[in-house]
Write a protein that binds this ligand. Structure first.
Ligand code: NAP
Ligand code: GDD
Length: 342
């Protein structure tokens, strides 16, 4: 009998990569979809697995819906990847964000406790929980200081996962993942916003890229490697919490410079703050501008992770370094824009 996995957030970046991995490992994969209708299953299509994943309708906002789905499927493993995952939007929709991210996770755990307590559970926790970090690099023992409604909502979900593990002996793991990107990343996130803009600028379909804080630093890794880490956590002897990261931090500015370089441009910077501009070294044309629209009410200046526990216990390690990640993303968007496939 194949193992049965239920992935919430199947339409998202991680949902698609994880589904592919679990299918390759022989799992029967159910993908929970809330029927938002936006964009269809384009990521599953890109990976060629849209016919292999069994789609079930499930919204983390509705308890009875979750109850019936889990009762019917009886999954061996649940990966809770569904979330209102965009930090900026969480300042505009803090209550919805908390309902989905915090209570949604609790709803799932309550159903597991009631219906099938031997289900293994993975919670998609985040480096955003560290927020205004006092010391770097960050590991499983570091202090949490969330800086957005999103981060606060995920901190609730993290601790309720730990609590259900300790109180009810549920095999529940919290993966504290640092930013991970790919060509399947949503275009609202800064890396994909950059790679797509660079490709569109290259093909004359866009004049410039407009961003917010150029100096924010993130520990950016490659998403397919991170979903493998999620899988490993649920195969471990005992449930635990793990940081997945690369151990390197780079700024938004560096990402932009490298992305343009991949497309054959060299950027130089002029001015400061909101007046700062990135110009094409050959023509002097402005290719990058800054707008307050993309600043956040409270920022996370730098995130840098220490993945040594995951390496020691799970044997997990990142493989794709920063420049390679940027290359993968920009080259794919160049191809898509050239072929009219965005
Ligand atoms: P993503 O692309 O934004 O995908 C999130 C998915 O959640 C979307 O498909 C969305 O559905 C679904 N969703 C939202 N609200 C829902 C609801 N009420 N009920 C059911 N599904 C709902 O996110 P991702 O980058 O794959 O990340 C996966 C998870 O890891 C998220 O929980 C995120 O917060 C967390 N995380 C991500 C990173 C990262 O760098 N990518 C790092 C740390 C943690 P629609 O398609 O219908 O909108
Ligand atoms: N999105 C966006 N757009 N971010 C910008 C922009 C812009 O135009 N300009 C600068 N930034 C800065 C943000 O202020 C932030 O400091 C950084 O770029 C990264 O922003 P995002 O790519 O939106 O990601 P995030 O770090 O806020 O959140 C992502 O990673 C988390 C893990 O640390 C999301 O995937 C979260 O769901 C995830 O938990």
């Amino acid at each position: 009998m194949p193992k049965v996995a239920l992935i919430t957030g199947i339409r998202g970046q991680d949902g698609a990569y994880l589904a592919k991995l679990l299918l390759e490992k022989g799992y029967e994969v159910y993908g929970a979809d809330r029927r938002s209708g936006e964009g269809g299953f384009w990521r599953l299509k890109e990976l060629g697995i849209e016919k292999d994943v069994k789609i079930v309708y499930m919204d983390l906002l509705e308890f009875t819906n979750i109850f019936r789905t889990i009762e019917k499927i009886k999954p061996d493993e649940i990966y809770n990847l569904a979330a209102q995952s965009f930090v900026a939007a969480s300042f505009e929709q803090p209550i919805l964000t908390s309902d989905i991210n915090s209570l949604g996770t609790l709803r799932l755990l309550e159903v597991i406790r009631t219906v099938k307590p031997d289900t293994k559970f993975y919670q998609a926790s985040t480096s955003e929980m560290f927020g205004k970090a006092k010391t770097l690099p960050l590991n499983e023992e570091s202090y949490f200081y969330p800086r957005s409604p999103y981060a606060v909502s995920k901190l609730f979900a993290h601790w309720i996962t730990v609590n259900y593990r300790e109180a009810y002996n549920i095999f529940a793991c919290s993966g504290i993942l640092f930013n991970h990107e790919s060509p399947l990343r949503g275009t609202e996130f800064v890396t994909r916003k950059i790679s797509l803009a660079v490709a569109r600028i290259k093909y004359g379909k866009q004049d410039k890229l407009v961003v917010g804080n150029l100096d924010a630093k993130r520990d950016w890794g490659y998403a397919p490697e991170y979903v493998y880490g999620m899988y490993l956590m649920l195969q471990n002897d005992k449930p635990d919490d793990f940081v997945l990261a690369t151990g390197e931090a780079h700024s938004v500015r560096e990402f932009i410079e490298e992305a343009f370089r991949v497309a054959g441009f060299e950027i130089y910077w002029e001015g400061r703050g909101l007046e700062e501009k990135g110009r094409d070294a050959k023509t002097g044309k402005v290719l990058v501008e800054v707008s307050p629209e993309f600043y956040r009410p409270a920022e996370v200046d730098v995130l840098l992770g220490d993945y040594s526990k995951a390496k020691r216990i799970l044997g997990w390690e990142p493989k794709t370094a920063f420049k390679e990640l940027v290359r993968i993303m920009v080259e794919e968007d160049l191809r898509r824009v050239r072929d009219g496939k965005v």
